[in-house]
Design a protein around this ligand. Structure first.
Ligand code: MG
Length: 174
């Protein structure tokens, strides 16, 4: 079914449910992660202490990380640079080029990469099309930036379809 391109490989409540050993068992060595409402609230400029600890855990496990966001350079740079994490801004997910660029920078294949994000239409659809393992997280905040609001309406429809078919079962946060 066409909609199944929007179905994540896996879904968790938050990134803190994702641990490096589980990823390694799948042969994954690198993470492409969305920023807004995946790592922190869309309107929080910097990482939290908890998130910094999570990144440190990933790095200790030799997991490579890239932040790939559709948001503008200022937002993504101010967030990513203090963490020393490479990033791609204005990534235009779900288009495939940013996914390919991120894998090239990490020096990893699609089999070795995971995409983590909170949106079906950009993160999960894009990751699936790029042939990457995809993990959907519940959005950190109940609110969204302007451009995401429209996507959320479409997403709710797709989510309802998945629930009806028993493919996904969690309580949406909104
Ligand atoms: Mg997001």
């Amino acid at each position: 079914m066409l909609l199944d391109k929007f179905l994540p490989s896996e879904y968790v409540k938050s990134i803190y449910d994702i641990n490096p050993e589980e990823l390694k068992k799948r042969g994954i060595r690198g993470i492409i992660t969305d920023l807004d409402n995946t790592l922190v609230e869309w309107d929080r400029p910097h990482a939290t202490e908890k998130l910094i600890a999570w990144f440190a855990e990933m790095k200790r496990a030799n997991m490579k990380i890239m932040i790939v966001s559709n948001n503008n350079e200022e937002r993504v740079r101010i967030f990513s640079e203090p963490l020393n994490i490479p990033f791609i801004h204005k990534a235009r997910k779900p288009i495939g080029s940013a996914f390919r660029k991120a894998m090239k920078i990490m020096g990893l294949t699609k089999e070795e990469t995971v995409m983590i994000g909170d949106q079906l239409l950009t993160d999960i659809f894009g990751g699936n099309r790029a042939g990457i393992y995809t993990i959907l997280v519940v959005p950190v905040a109940k609110s969204d930036g302007f451009f995401t609001k429209f996507n959320r309406k479409v997403e709710r429809g797709i989510m309802a379809n998945f629930k009806r078919r028993g493919l996904i079962n969690w309580e949406e946060s909104n």
